[in-house]
Every structure is written in C-alpha cells, then in structure tokens.
Write a protein that binds this ligand. Structure first.
Ligand SMILES: [Zn+2]
Length: 345
C-alpha cells in the first residue's frame, strides 16, 4: 500500500488556460503530431494514452482526461538561458509548440528541477499561478516563496521515493501515481575538485527523476492499480542509486523509459569542466540497468551545451544490439500506448 504525500484532484472539465493572462483557453487540443509511433506488442487497438514531444525535456502526457506537462521549456532558437553564475546556454532548436498560449489546458506540471532549460523565465513569468506543479523540495521552496502575485500557490514537493496521486473527480477511476526517483546532476566526484567546480558554478540544483504510473483507482478501497509504468530519468548522471530504481520495479517491470541525454557540458563543450547529464554511452548503460520494455531519448540536442547528440546515441544503441528496444521521436511527434486495466500495481 503506497503512502501518498498528497492526493491532487484535477478537474479537466474546468479547462483553465495554462497561462495567467488568458481568461479562457484558446486551444482545446494538442496539435496534430507530425508522426505517431506506438508501443509495439503492448498496443491493442485502443491506444488510450499518449506522449507528445515538444522538445528538450518538455513532453505532454495524456491519459483519460488528465493532461500533464513535463519540464516546460518554450524558449526559441537563439534564446539564451542562464544556468548559474557565469554559465549560460543558447537554444539551437525550436519547440514543437512555439508559444505557451498555443497550449491546451494542462492539469499539472511535473518539474524535475529548477533550471532554466527545464523551466525557463518565459514559462516562470507566464504560467497560471495556481497551476499544480509537482517538483523537488528545492524547486518548491523557490516557486512558492516568490514575492506577491508571482508566487505559485499549488506546488507539491516530492523527495526521492515519495509518491503523490493525481485523481479525477466524480466517478472516473483514471489516476496517475507520481513517485520521485533519485537523480544527481553531478557524480560524487573524486575528492574535492568536483565540489570546487560545482561550488564555483553553482549551476546544479537538486534534481528528481520520476516514476509515472498510469492506472485506475478502485472505487471502494481507493487502491491504485498500475496499467502502464513510465520512468523518466531527469537530468541525472549514472549514480549508484539508479540501481535501486531498477531493483524496486524489477518484478512489475517498466514499460517505458524517457531518458534525458545530451551529455550536457558546462561551462561549454569547448571548456568541458563538468558533465551534468548522461551522454550516449551512459544512456545505453542505463537501459541495461533499468531494463525497460522500451526507451525514448529526449533532451538531446536543444542547447549548445549539449555535447552528445542523437546520432551518437543511435550508434551506441546499434552497437549494443538494442535497436528493437528504442523508439526515436522528433519534436512534434507523438507516441501512443495502452494503459491496461488489470496489470498489477
Ligand atoms: Zn537539462
């Protein structure tokens, strides 16, 4: 039986706009996907859930009537983002949805950490203040203590291995269980050199991965049953704690992993002092550790501080003989799958 740190009832029927200046949502659905891929084997005809890839680590997950957005980043090609004292990055791609006002209503945001390429200033300034945001305790502190009207009022912190449940009102049984997973931007380094660099840059906030379980709540007991399990790595290096993620879910199995790649190198790939996200080789290693049924790489080419692109990952996957286990999405593509009713939770 899971203990929930919060139960978050969402009401899509209210259909509030995601931005704070709008009165009604101007858009009611996601744009048509450029291309749609499906979960092989596990898909029947219904394919009742989907992930739309916007760019960087921004995805929009739809299950039943619930719509969740991860790590909202809507900067454009050429925009700069501040990542810490003395560290900035330039975006070199465009998001598949160009403006926040082009989004349909969003029920909750899942923010892996408080960093400009995951929650940029444009997003921070424009999002509706009472939009529920599930995030790290660190980001919770920042967002819920902003001065005056800028304060976010529905921020829910989850530490590693803590869970919250997103539910629908009335008779709908669909629900999403979100659990914080361990992640670290920086490997515990050999001695104090890394720490010094880290202190200097001050650019690496605490970060979460997520286990996002789509399923049903039974009416009488409220017990949650998982029908599809998605592990999102977050911006993490290959830390020993990731073995615990694999261990905890070995029996039930993980249907899909969204892995943050890019081999993000700060201050810049030309001055590679510190790598803060996994590169291609590490991504393949994580597939071996977590052993998900399927993997989709995200966060791989959107900023000039990303040193390890998708081609590099494709080559590593190929070499490891894992081609059948990875699906590639471009920005604007969507992935569809089935949330089963009876699989065990
Ligand atoms: Zn990042």
């Amino acid at each position: 039986m899971t203990t929930y740190k919060f139960r978050l009832p969402v009401n899509p029927a209210q259909s509030l706009p995601p931005t704070r200046d709008a009165i009604a949502p101007s858009v009611t659905a996601l744009p048509l996907a450029k291309q749609t891929q499906v979960h092989p084997k596990k898909s029947t005809d219904s394919k009742n859930a989907s992930i739309f890839f916007v760019g960087t680590a921004t995805t929009i997950l739809e299950w039943s009537e619930i719509r969740i957005m991860t790590d909202p980043n809507f900067l454009h090609d050429g925009d700069h983002v501040h990542l810490g004292p003395g560290v900035s990055a330039t975006r070199i791609t465009n998001p598949a949805i160009m403006e926040l006002r082009d989004l349909p209503s969003i029920d909750a945001v899942l923010l892996s950490h408080y960093h400009g390429d995951h929650f940029d200033p444009k997003v921070e300034g424009s999002l509706r203040r009472d939009l529920p945001i599930i995030t790290t305790p660190h980001a919770h502190n920042h967002l819920s203590t902003k001065p005056g009207n800028d304060k976010f009022t529905s921020v829910y912190p989850l530490d590693h291995f803590e869970s919250g449940l997103i539910t629908l009102p009335d008779n709908s049984t669909a629900a999403i269980r979100v659990t914080g997973m361990p992640g670290k931007h920086v490997l515990p380094g050999p001695g104090h050199v890394i720490e010094t660099v880290n202190d200097l840059l001050g650019a690496v906030p605490p970060t979460n991965g997520w286990m996002v379980e789509l399923g049903h709540q039974s009416g009488s007991s409220g017990e949650f049953t998982t029908g599809y399990r998605i592990y999102i790595s977050g911006d993490t290096m290959l830390i020993p704690e990731l073995h615990e993620v694999a261990e905890r879910y070995r029996k039930e199995g993980i249907d899909l992993m969204l892995v943050h790649l890019g081999g993000t190198t700060i201050p810049s790939p030309k001055m590679p002092l510190l790598m803060v996200t996994m590169d291609a080789k590490m991504g393949v290693e994580l597939i071996r550790i977590v052993n998900p049924d399927l993997t989709i790489p995200i966060h791989y080419d959107d900023y000039d501080v990303f040193a390890s692109g998708l081609d590099e990952f494709k080559a590593e996957v190929d070499q490891a003989g894992l081609n059948g286990k990875v699906i590639y999405l471009e920005r604007g593509d969507s992935f569809r799958f089935d949330v089963k009713v009876s699989s065990q939770g």
